[in-house]
Design a protein. Structure first.
Lengths: 467, 197
């Protein structure tokens, strides 16, 4: 039986010729303010139109301020970019969830939330974390601006067929170990280019047991292992999440959709070019120590010594990373003190992430040496959190409670680290300068970030005293 | 798009692995709505010190690499964000060819869309190229896309792989949206099939 990927690939072929990339049909195209303006400009210059505005949806998320939205945007160039998105969507009849609309949020949070993301779809967006949507059993991948233009004009994309990799987990995750730790554990194991050229399918007990939000976190990080996409076969968890959502099929269409979706899973004998086995019971909470997501160790461990690296290139990379991160080899991870904590991003800003972090925070106050930020992934997440009183838990503990957006994950808006500041972050990239020039990022789960904010240094959340 | 057939240029070495697109073009420069104006910000945090002056220690700032148009770099070049601003910045700075032992998928695609050629060579060859670049001032490489060969003037020759379609588009300077639109009938047919099911 063909794998999930193979089924989706076959179902979307518009044209297939030898020695040419396959022309694939795209079911859903998500756009945002940063990677779309040049694509629309290209259309205009070539006198082309948007083929399927009804399959295209926009939101502003990357550069939006997370402070009071009733005020004008202080950054004139950012404001112009948002304005350009608005004009382009208007001109081409594309539905836009604008910065003050109740649906606004990070593109990879609102797609699933609105039920736009569905099993069996091909989904693209000019953003590498589009892999998130694979959690629903969709083939979802990030594209560049020229490809955004291509999809706008043709609703198709020529693609070379990627190879397939199965990450087969065995056993369940222990308490305190989250989808983020599973993702970091996989990247630590296969490396940041370990899945380059592949689409990953995640399988096994630990993956099946994840909620949809956990699966999104896992698939989101696929790109950090170099993968073209990550996916999880749809099951009852998927269908339960989707039922009744605004853009999900309703009534009779829901029934026929379900029937199709149930046929999508891979089988025991499905072919994969590569299989990676992972014992999920052995995973611990992870913390990155370097400037690449693959530079990661368990909380109980220490900063590695570059001298132990396997190759010269790895050793040089580790030395450079430690210099940038201002860390000494063999420092215990729990002895690393932080200045900032960021709970947010398309990786970890959904309601379950905020609930998990709030459970840690409840009854505590953040350390006097730390400033901390919670940025919900969408207005929907924000509203739900406020109904549950999570905003008060965070505020009373000294966290700032903000408006939704990408925020300090990439620091395109005013939320950035100052040079030398060290941050426990629930985002996805610890690259040099990612959160602000000279800023030092340690990637962790929401619970680990919350615990670090309170202690002032990294700590093992498995030993946390919940109040 | 400018055609790519043969190309000879000065080589610059960037002996680092996992050079991500955040390094190639930092986020504060992504707010432009044009495809141009990114070259001056290429590798900004490495090329310039925090006070805005040139970082003379950064290799691309060395006078001998001024005017370089071929970049040789460590593995997994262009990883991270999908931002096409990265090849725009590299191209505007003057690079037409990037050589590494591996590229991130999206970055590699983005290069081809902009008339730039990412060449994958084995680790040992990349190391050799880095060494030759450093040892020979004014070191140049010639690239023949038709024959899929890279060669220098002192005896090194290497062949590389490129997909036939990407090669064709690059050599003809083709707009691949135009190519896809030739399949209008097939696209419509697909859409109708889908509507019916």
């Amino acid at each position: 039986m063909p794998s999930l990927f193979e089924k989706l690939w076959q179902a979307h072929i518009v044209r297939e010729e030898p020695n040419e990339p396959t022309l694939l049909y795209i079911d859903l195209h998500l756009i945002h303010e940063v990677t779309s303006p040049q694509a629309f400009e290209g259309l205009r210059q070539a006198g082309r139109s948007v083929r399927r505005p009804d399959l295209t949806f926009g939101t502003a998320d990357h550069n939006v301020p997370t402070t009071d939205r009733s005020l004008p945007i202080a950054d004139a160039i950012a404001a112009q970019q948002i304005d350009t998105l608005r004009r382009n969507c208007q001109e081409h009849g594309i539905q836009l969830f604008d910065i003050n609309s109740p649906e606004q949020g990070i593109v990879h949070v609102i797609g699933p939330e609105l039920g736009l993301t569905q099993p069996g779809m091909t989904i693209v967006c000019g953003d590498s974390h589009t892999s998130t949507h694979g959690a629903f059993g969709a083939l979802a991948f990030g594209i560049g601006t020229s490809e955004v233009e291509h999809v706008l004009a043709t609703q198709c994309l020529p693609q070379n067929k990627p190879r397939t990799m199965k990450v087969q987990t065995s056993g369940a995750l222990s308490p305190g170990i989250t989808a983020k730790d599973l993702a970091l554990g996989i990247i630590g194991r296969i490396g940041t280019d370990g899945a380059t050229g592949y689409v990953i399918e995640y399988a096994g007990e630990a993956v099946r047991n994840l909620t949809m939000e956990g699966r999104m976190t896992l698939c989101n990080m696929s790109i950090e292992a170099g993968a073209r996409a990550g996916m999880v076969a749809p099951d009852e968890t998927t269908f339960e999440y989707l039922e009744g959502r605004r853009f999900a099929p309703h009534g009779k269409s829901w029934e026929s959709a379900l029937e199709y979706w149930r046929t999508l899973g891979s089988d025991e004998d499905s072919f994969f070019d590569k299989v990676v086995q992972l014992d999920a019971t052995q995973l611990e909470p992870f913390v990155t120590w370097g400037t690449s997501p693959g530079m990661v160790v368990p909380i109980t461990s220490h900063v590695p010594d570059p001298a132990d690296a396997k190759t010269l290139a790895d050793r040089q990379a580790a030395e450079r990373a430690l210099e940038y991160m201002a860390l000494k080899p063999r420092t215990s991870i729990q002895d690393i003190h932080i200045d900032r904590a960021f709970i947010g991003s398309c990786t970890n800003a959904r309601i379950e992430d905020l609930r998990a972090a709030a459970r840690v925070v409840k009854g505590y106050h953040i350390n006097s040496s730390v400033t901390a930020l919670v940025v919900p992934g969408s207005y929907e997440v924000k509203r739900t959190a406020e109904q549950e009183g999570l905003d008060r838990v965070f505020s009373e503990a000294g966290f700032e409670w903000r408006e939704p957006g990408c925020s300090m994950c990439l620091g395109m808006n005013p939320d950035i680290l100052q040079p030398g500041e060290r941050c426990a972050s629930t985002s996805n990239r610890n690259f040099e300068g990612r959160q602000g020039r000279g800023g030092r990022t340690h990637l962790v789960s929401p619970m680990m970030a919350a615990a670090a904010a309170i202690k002032g240094h990294f700590t093992d959340v498995r030993e946390w005293e919940f109040k | 798009m400018e055609r790519f057939e043969t190309f000879t240029g000065l080589v610059a070495p960037l002996d680092r692995a996992n050079v991500d697109t955040d390094q190639i073009i930092p986020k504060q420069f992504l707010k432009r709505i044009e495809r141009t104006g990114f070259g001056e910000f290429l590798f900004y945090d490495w090329r310039y010190l925090p006070d805005g002056t040139r970082n003379t220690k950064f290799i691309l700032n060395a006078p001998r690499y001024e005017g370089a148009s071929i970049l040789v770099a460590g593995k997994n070049f262009g990883c991270g964000s999908s931002r096409e601003h990265a090849p725009w910045a590299l191209g505007e700075y003057g690079f037409r060819v990037i050589i590494s032992s591996s590229f991130a998928d999206i970055f590699s695609n983005n290069c081809f869309k902009n008339g730039m050629l990412p060449i994958v060579l084995p680790d040992v060859t990349v190391l050799e190229l880095l060494q030759r670049t450093q040892e020979n001032e004014g070191y140049k490489l010639s690239v023949n896309l038709e024959k899929q060969i890279v060669a220098d003037e002192i005896g090194l020759t290497a062949t590389f792989q490129v997909s036939p379609f990407q090669k064709y588009c690059l050599m003809e300077g083709l707009d691949d949206i135009g190519l896809t639109l030739r399949n209008e009938a097939l696209i419509t047919e697909y859409e109708e099939r889908k509507r019916a099911s």
